[in-house]
Design a binder for this molecule. Structure first.
Ligand SMILES: NC(=O)c1ccc[n+]([C@@H]2O[C@H](COP(=O)([O-])OP(=O)(O)OC[C@H]3O[C@@H](n4cnc5c(N)ncnc54)[C@H](O)[C@@H]3O)[C@@H](O)[C@H]2O)c1
Length: 374
């Protein structure tokens, strides 16, 4: 049993989700992959840091993130701050030889993310990018269908990740609307989750051609204020892409998708079979196999069950619901295991840098009006 001392930076939603996940990873998987010690939580907002220390049961709190990174006793730095801070914080953590778990996106530009991926490789430490959808047993099932050839040659992917969280024009501006803080809009916030899953399922993208729409071009600087600020990035993004394996696709994302709450949806069509997946019905994958053509042809529903990688850690029988926090528990276990025993993982900084280079290429194609190579 090896202890992993954790220092978290940022005390918001993800800090809470990660802490619950690290704690539950021990209940679900036992102690053999490592035992988290919740040493320090940092937030620029002292009241939040103090409250999180109490509610999440950390040994101490601070308002200075650099103190977490320079603490020689910390084994793992967990970066759960807004996007624009990831680069500086991850770079400093890597330079101090720390293992790093950094929320997505890795940074606000492909260039910064490439630098982080190269530095992480040079330092030889754990470098984990927070793409938790990759851990979903449904995606592991689809990966198996693709890799075993059950779908044949993948020809086409259609996907969208839609929410309507920012549909209300009276909501004030946030860091998510400003490029120097967020990097991009719906694409970097939501669409990148699809890109991370497709990186595992389909490999690298060769080229992209995109368009965007800013539906609400300005918002109040604060709730109720008459003063307005400009929304700088995509409320809606849509792009065509060509994968290196020959598949072509259309991928989109919207943060103003009226009626959509967390609609992470994809359809993958292969020469021998196809799949449809919607995260809002997390435990169900729709599959169609050409070999079953005949009287009862058509899509059918596969319910996630212990056969699918990751599922049996939670439930002993198929069809019992698993959820968002369970993906985080699988992620936490993978991180602990990487730190204590050096096991491999898909969501490296290298993968994070590749996702961010796709985002950059899509944004460039919007500017130039041309197809852009990734
Ligand atoms: N993987 C996922 O499913 C998922 C889901 C939501 C958010 N995210 C990502 O997680 C990150 C955090 O998002 P969130 O929703 O938890 O945000 P949040 O606003 O809830 O929390 C961020 C916290 O960081 C703090 N902070 C800001 N500047 C700081 C600084 N200099 N030093 C210390 N603390 C500072 C803020 O005060 C805030 O409490 C974002 O990059 C986001 O894209 C990932």
């Amino acid at each position: 049993m090896k202890e992993v001392k954790i220092g978290v930076i940022g005390a918001g939603w993800m800090a809470k989700a990660h802490t619950m996940a690290f704690r539950n990873a021990v209940s679900v998987f036992g102690t053999e992959f490592g035992v988290p010690v919740f040493e320090v939580i940092a937030d620029i907002n002292e009241a939040l840091a103090k409250q999180a220390k109490e509610s999440l049961n950390y040994n101490r709190y601070t308002t200075d993130w650099k103190e977490v990174i320079t603490d020689p006793t910390i084994d793992l730095i967990d970066i759960s701050t807004p996007n624009s801070m990831h680069y500086e914080m991850a770079k400093a953590a890597l330079e101090h030889g720390k293992n790093v778990f950094c929320e997505k996106p890795l940074s606000i530009s492909g260039k910064q993310s490439r630098e982080l991926a190269d530095l992480a490789k040079e330092k030889g430490v754990v470098n984990y990018a927070g793409y938790s959808n990759v851990m979903n047993p449904a995606n592991a099932y689809v990966e198996e269908l693709i890799k075993t050839g059950a779908l044949g040659q993948v020809m086409r992917v259609t996907a969208t990740y839609d929410q309507d969280m920012l549909l209300d024009p009276d909501l004030p501006i946030t860091w998510r609307h400003i490029n120097r803080l967020a990097g991009s809009g719906a694409l970097g916030d939501l669409g990148c989750h699809l890109l991370s899953v497709f990186h595992v399922l389909l490999g690298d993208i060769e080229k992209v051609s995109g368009m965007q729409s800013i539906v609400i071009p300005e918002r109040a600087v604060s709730k109720g204020s008459k003063e307005k600020a400009v929304v700088e990035n995509d409320d809606i993004i849509q792009f065509l892409c060509k994968y290196k394996n020959g598949a072509i696709g259309s991928i989109g994302s919207s943060r103003v998708a009226t009626g959509r709450k967390n609609y992470f949806y994809y359809e993958i069509q292969g020469t021998q079979g196809s799949v449809i997946y919607d995260l809002q019905r997390m435990g169900e994958v729709q599959v169609y196999f050409k070999k079953d053509e005949g009287r009862d042809c058509g899509y059918r529903t596969v319910h996630l069950n212990p056969y699918h990688k990751g599922f049996s850690a939670f439930q002993p029988a198929g069809g019992i619901a698993i959820g968002f926090d369970d993906m985080k528990i699988l992620q936490a276990k993978e991180i602990l295991s990487a730190v204590t025993t050096g096991t491999d993982y898909a969501c490296t900084f290298e993968m994070g840098a590749k996702v961010d280079s796709i985002v950059d290429a899509v944004l460039k194609s919007i500017e130039t009006g041309e197809w852009e190579e990734v």
